[in-house]
Design a protein around this ligand. Structure first.
Ligand code: C2E
Ligand code: MG
Ligand code: MG
Length: 609
């Protein structure tokens, strides 16, 4: 209080001087005694306002210091900001109170320069010290009063920046870190990875990037709920964090995707070790919903300098490798390489174009006849999908069907195929063309859609057709992987008289003993057997056995891919029922089929002689 009264004293002195100046300047007629009183009054009011203002600003700490930098004024906000009460602060030296050690000499010098040479201390953002020793970020203004007297006073007006700094830190955290796992997010990781890459360049070392993606995480999330999913992510983050060296950079890029950068790698030996180390974090079971569950993850690996120059390039390429690993199965590890990337890029573009192709009507069906091995008469047609992009060459279904399977587009395509085949079949029937049946191909994902067989039957019925008009071809693997619901659906179709063929027989599990369990009516022996049987006794033996058992089970046997006379002779000898292949007919557009069925065009193959 003693010191505080110095400020009050100083303010009083200022007021006296002002009043004296006014009184001294008062000339006859220039100002009256009333004027002086009014000015005095105004001054008093303004002084009170000034003090009230200083005291009332909660966030503006004001301190006054004398020539020796001893505290002469200390407001409430200063107490709040720096932790010293007014009593504690008054009389103390500025540098002993709130100036951190390393700044002491500079502060003393700056104060001296101002007092002695009039060199102002600019306003600035600085970090001062709380009584507890904690840093206090402030924006500090400095005002010198009575500058050129023996008693100069420095006032510091400090605005507390803690909230701003905290908000800034929080914002920085949110933009660079993942809230759930507290690991770097993509943005923060890219920043640090670029720095690490610069280091690698300087020291001519390599860097390995491992991209990790938990297998079936979506299913875990769906089945057990987000809380369990989150817990799993945190647990994995801790495991990865625990196994890394200080210089390794770890991040959760998104969802269940983590990435770890290992800078300073020397050789291939090192790399294999690192990959094993990352893979090993999945070894111990995870506690999910109170139960210990074994999980796996796919890894994609990219290296610097081989697989990319920048952080984003390396991350992208490790991601490409990881996606490839996912396609290969659970717990797979794939190293990035350029041809692989080009292939994926091609597939990605194709997949994109296919989506538009379906809408733009660029798909059409061709039909390949199956002829009787004995009479050469056309018995059925197989509908084969064609994609004719206007801007390029036709794309083979062998290439685009797997893509459509992956993207789920197969359902729309499959619906379109069924609809088109049914429409064509009823048109030909109305035109009086003699024809048994059109078979359509169905892929694995297609038949997993619930209600697929009901939809199939409904479509057939909508076109006024029945079981003798439209059949189905499924590959052996699709049948073996089919669950009870699918087999039940197929059994219903079979019981109603629909024809169901096993396609490409001999390329999958090829287990003849399975045959009796499947509700099928025909076997299509894969064309690789037809191709190789004339010269390979083993293929010939397998094919003969297949035809024999097929017949014993009451199935029709179709030989696929018959291209020449020799093959035809062989399949006839083996007593195949139907023959399909270029030797007779290639897949053809509907108009060509019409001309063929109307007897205007002969088949290229012949059974005579
Ligand atoms: P797939 O069902 O086994 O069809 C027979 C394939 O063999 C067709 O190829 C056909 O053009 C070809 N082929 C027929 N005769 C011969 C021959 O004598 N020699 C040779 N080298 N090849 C012959 P394509 O049309 O390229 O179809 C390939 C595969 O694409 C089909 O094999 C089928 O699995 C799939 N596919 C075609 N259309 C559809 C469809 O509408 N839906 C589904 N899910 N898959 C389809
Ligand atoms: Mg087929
Ligand atoms: Mg086939």
């Amino acid at each position: 209080m003693v010191r505080d009264s110095r400020l009050t004293g100083w303010l009083k002195q200022q007021r006296r001087q002002l009043v004296d100046r006014l009184a001294a300047g008062r000339q006859p007629g220039s100002a009256s005694g009333g004027d002086v009183d009014r000015v005095r009054q105004q001054y008093l009011v303004s002084e009170q306002r000034f003090r009230a203002l200083l005291e009332s600003l909660p966030k503006v700490a004001v301190q006054g210091y004398d020539r020796d930098r001893r505290v002469i004024y200390w407001n409430e906000a200063s107490t709040r900001l720096y932790g010293y009460t007014q009593e504690e602060a008054l009389g103390c030296l500025l540098e002993d109170l709130i100036i951190p050690g390393p700044m002491r000499a500079g502060v003393i010098q700056a104060h001296r320069d101002w007092v002695e040479h009039g060199k102002e201390i600019p306003a600035e953002e600085i970090e001062l010290r709380h009584s507890s020793g904690e840093p206090v970020p402030v924006f500090s203004h400095h005002v010198m009063l009575k500058e050129h007297t023996d008693d100069p006073l420095m006032f510091c007006v400090d605005v507390d920046l803690s909230d701003q700094k905290r908000a800034h830190r929080e914002l920085d955290f949110a933009t660079r870190f993942d809230r759930l796992t507290q690991l770097l997010n993509r943005h923060g990781f890219e920043e640090q990875l670029d720095l690490a890459l610069a280091e690698c360049r300087v020291h001519a070392t390599s860097l390995v990037l491992v991209y990790l993606d938990i297998d079936h995480f979506v299913e875990i999330n769906d089945a057990l709920g987000y809380e369990q999913g989150d817990r799993l992510l945190v647990e994995l983050a801790q495991r990865l964090n625990g196994s890394r060296r200080a210089s390794d950079i770890l991040s959760r890029l998104s969802g269940d995707e983590f990435v770890i950068a290992f800078p300073g790698v020397q050789g291939l030996q090192d790399m294999a070790h690192l990959v094993r180390k990352v893979a090993s974090v999945m070894q111990a079971p995870f506690l999910l919903d109170g139960r210990r569950s074994k999980l796996s993850a796919c890894l994609g690996i990219a290296t610097f300098p081989g697989n990319g120059e920048t952080a984003s390039e390396l991350i992208r390429n490790a991601d490409v490798a990881k996606n490839r690993a996912k396609l290969a199965g659970q717990g797979e590890v794939v190293y990035f390489n350029q041809p692989l990337h080009d292939e994926l890029l091609h597939q990605h573009r194709l997949s994109d174009r296919l989506e538009r192709a379906v809408e733009a009507g660029e798909l059409l069906l061709h039909y390949q006849p199956q002829v009787s091995a004995i009479s050469g008469h056309i018995e059925n047609l197989e509908a084969l999908l064609r994609w004719m992009p206007p801007e390029g060459p036709p794309v083979s279904p062998a290439e685009f069907i797997p893509l459509a399977e992956r993207s789920g587009l197969i359902h729309r395509i499959g619906d379109w195929v069924l609809e088109s085949a049914c429409r064509q079949r009823s048109l030909w029937r109305d035109a009086g063309l003699e024809l048994q049946r059109i078979d359509i191909n169905m892929s694995g994902r297609q038949i997993k859609r619930s209600g697929v067989f009901e939809d199939f039957e409904a479509c057939v019925a909508r076109h006024g057709l029945g079981p003798r008009d439209i059949g189905i071809e499924l590959t052996e693997n699709v049948l073996i992987e089919a669950d009870d619901a699918i087999l039940g659906g197929l059994r219903r179709l079979h019981a109603r008289g629909f024809r169901i063929a096993i396609d490409d027989f001999g390329t999958g599990y090829s287990s003849l003993s399975y045959l009796k369990h499947f509700p099928v009516t025909a076997l299509k022996v894969d064309r690789t057997f037809v191709r190789d049987a004339p010269n390979q006794p083993e293929d010939r033996a397998i094919m003969e056995a297949t035809v024999f058992i097929g017949h014993r089970l009451g199935l029709e046997v179709v030989a696929e891919g018959v291209e020449n006379r020799e093959q035809l002779e062989l399949v006839r000898e083996m007593r195949c029922d139907l023959v399909q292949g270029f030797y007779f007919f290639r897949p053809m557009a509907a108009e060509e089929i019409e001309r063929l069925l109307a007897g205007m065009v002969p088949g290229s193959g012949s059974l005579s002689s």
